[in-house]
Structures are given as structure tokens and as C-alpha cells.
Design a protein around this ligand. Structure first.
Ligand code: PPE
Length: 304
């Protein structure tokens, strides 16, 4: 069960957690048009801070732009609402889930006459793929499901309905005893996992797929910038499943998953089957950054 906090922001009001409800004919429940964000707030030596709030908020609005929905609040208002919701819930660390969705009104595919509703919830959320996974790495299975084709779902938007594909892939991987599913694009190249971007390390060079058919992950961007700051070569380039098998190291990035090492893909050990030196170093630096202990990237933190 999700761990309850005190209040959820809904259309400008803070309502008690238990009362944050919607009507069963809420349009998005039926047709999937809405988009969410996932943001984390971390404890730092000088107070709690939201990691890359501006970038997440921009993506939230870009998802609406891509979907052709107009949000009834300004970017500044939503940023303030997020900060306020975190503050009033009095959590030192939390996961933040802004959501806009097509609300109650007409039924039928056309959503243009319905209101766009917005909510912001926060709750404590530990290691997404488990403490053991975060520390020692997870086991991946290449999915039988293909990742979105760019002309079927627009993957730069975090549209709720896009996640049906992720859910099917995740369920399949878990049923087969793995921790997470790796999805290939329609040409067979590595795309991303159900809720994370993918990186491989080989001969000290880091590679991650280009943005064509994946979500433009903010953790992906952060880790690329941290790696470049360390003088590590980073390339955005298509690679195949067997290049992942034969990499020295591999890891996932995401707000929820943070930086999680991959120890195995399709029953083959990646490298030595445990987090390699580059992965461990980047994970350490990533946590320093989000916890405000890496001066160069302090600008990514919004203190509460
Ligand atoms: N790809 C997908 C498909 C995705 O959903 C996420 C985030 C990422 C990549 C990484 O993006 P970023 O968080 O900006 O680095 N997945 C969110 C959903 C997790 C959930 O289960 O809910 C998240 O990590 O918040």
C-alpha cells in the first residue's frame, strides 16, 4: 500500500488524503488522457530540496502541449503548488506526483469540451526496485512487447495511457521471475525499461539510446551531465540487445529507480554480475548531487 501523507492538492485546494476522490465517469479513467510527473524531494544538510523541479514542471506542461490540452494554471502556479504541497505534508523526503487529467463532463473520445483537472500528491517512497536492487543490481528480461513507435504514442509526453504498454511488459517480467522488463524499439534496438532509461558501459565509454522512441528522462540527463563533468565519454547511440549482454556494466536511471545497477539480462551476467566501478561511482555521485553535496549542480535543487 502507498504510504499516506496528509494532504493532496486538487485544483487549487489542499484536501485531506482520504478525501482526494474523483467521479467514476472521469474521462481519463476511461480513455487514458492525462499525464503525470514523478519528482523526488531529498533531505540535504540545509533542509529538504526538490530535485530539478523546473525541468519536471516543464515536462509536465510539455506533455499537455503534446496532448493538445490546455492546463488551467500557469507554470509558476504549479511550481508553487508543488512546493506548498511538499511543505505542508511535512515530509523530509518524498516522491511527488503531479497529474493532469481530462475530467468529468461529456463521455466519448473527444475530450475538448471537458475540464482539465490537476492534482499533486506526495508520499514517502523508498528504493523503487528494492534496496537489494539498488545495492547489488537487478535482473532484466527483454520483453515480448515492443516499445512505442514514434507515430503511435508520442513518447516525450508522460501520458497516462502510454503506460499500458509498460504495465503489460512489467507484469510479464515479474511473472517470469525478473525484476524489470527491457523493451526494444520497433527496429529491435534497445529502447528503455517500463519506467527507466538504460545505460551501458564498455571500455570506459557510456552509451544510452537516443531520444527517438523513449522518454526524455531527467535522471538520464543528470547522470550524463555528472559523467561528463567527471571526464567520462558519453554517447547517445542505438545499440542492440547483444551489445547490452556484452557490456562491461549496465544501469538504469529514473526518478523512482534513481541509479539502479543491472546485474543480469536474459539470464546472462552483465560483466561480473555485480555493479561495476563506473556504475558505483556514478551512483555515489548522483546521491551526492541530489543530497546537495556536489557544489557544481546545486542549482538543480529547490529548497522547501
Ligand atoms: N522512461 C519511462 C518510461 C519512465 O516512466 C521514466 C520515469 C523514465 C524513463 C525516467 O525518467 P526520469 O524520471 O525523468 O528520469 N518513470 C516514473 C514512473 C515510476 C512509476 O512507477 O510510477 C518515475 O521514475 O517517476
Amino acid at each position: 500500500m502507498v504510504e499516506e501523507s496528509k494532504y493532496i492538492w486538487m485544483n487549487g485546494e489542499l484536501v485531506p488524503w482520504q478525501d482526494a476522490k474523483v467521479h467514476i465517469l472521469t474521462h481519463a479513467l476511461h480513455y487514458g488522457l492525462g499525464a503525470f510527473e514523478g519528482i523526488r524531494c531529498y533531505k540535504t544538510p540545509t533542509g529538504s530540496a526538490i530535485f530539478r523541479l523546473h525541468e519536471h514542471n516543464t515536462r509536465f506542461f510539455n506533455s499537455a502541449l503534446i496532448a493538445g490540452a490546455k492546463l488551467p494554471y500557469s507554470k509558476e502556479e504549479i511550481a508553487q503548488a508543488i512546493i506548498e504541497t511538499v511543505r505542508l505534508n511535512e515530509l523530509e523526503e518524498c516522491y511527488i506526483r503531479p497529474l493532469w487529467y481530462v475530467g468529468y463532463g461529456e463521455m466519448g473520445i473527444n475530450f475538448k469540451n471537458n475540464p482539465i483537472d490537476i492534482s499533486i500528491a506526495v508520499w514517502p517512497w523508498g528504493a523503487y526496485l528494492g534496496d537489494e536492487g539498488l545495492q547489488n543490481g537487478i535482473r532484466l528480461k527483454v520483453s515480448s512487447l515492443t516499445r512505442h513507435h514514434v507515430n503511435i504514442s508520442m513518447t516525450k509526453a508522460k501520458i497516462c495511457g502510454n503506460y499500458a504498454n509498460s504495465q503489460l511488459a512489467k507484469a510479464e517480467a515479474l511473472d517470469l521471475g525478473y525484476d524489470e522488463a527491457l523493451m526494444l524499439d520497433e527496429s529491435g534496438f534497445v529502447a528503455e525499461c517500463t519506467g527507466e532509461n538504460v545505460f551501458v558501459v564498455r571500455d570506459s565509454i557510456i552509451k544510452t539510446p537516443p531520444l527517438t522512441s523513449i522518454l526524455e528522462g531527467i535522471t538520464r540527463d543528470s547522470v550524463m551531465k555528472i559523467a561528463m563533468d567527471q571526464g567520462i565519454h558519453v554517447r547517445e547511440e542505438l545499440f542492440t540487445r547483444d551489445q547490452l549482454y556484452t557490456s562491461d556494466e549496465a544501469f538504469l536511471t529514473g526518478t523512482a529507480a534513481e541509479l539502479t545497477p543491472i546485474k543480469e539480462v536474459d539470464n546472462r551476467l552483465v560483466g561480473e554480475g555485480k555493479p561495476g566501478p563506473t556504475t558505483k561511482e556514478l551512483q555515489k555521485l548522483f546521491f551526492e548531487v541530489v543530497q546537495g553535496e556536489y557544489p557544481k549542480f546545486k542549482g538543480w535543487l529547490t529548497y522547501i
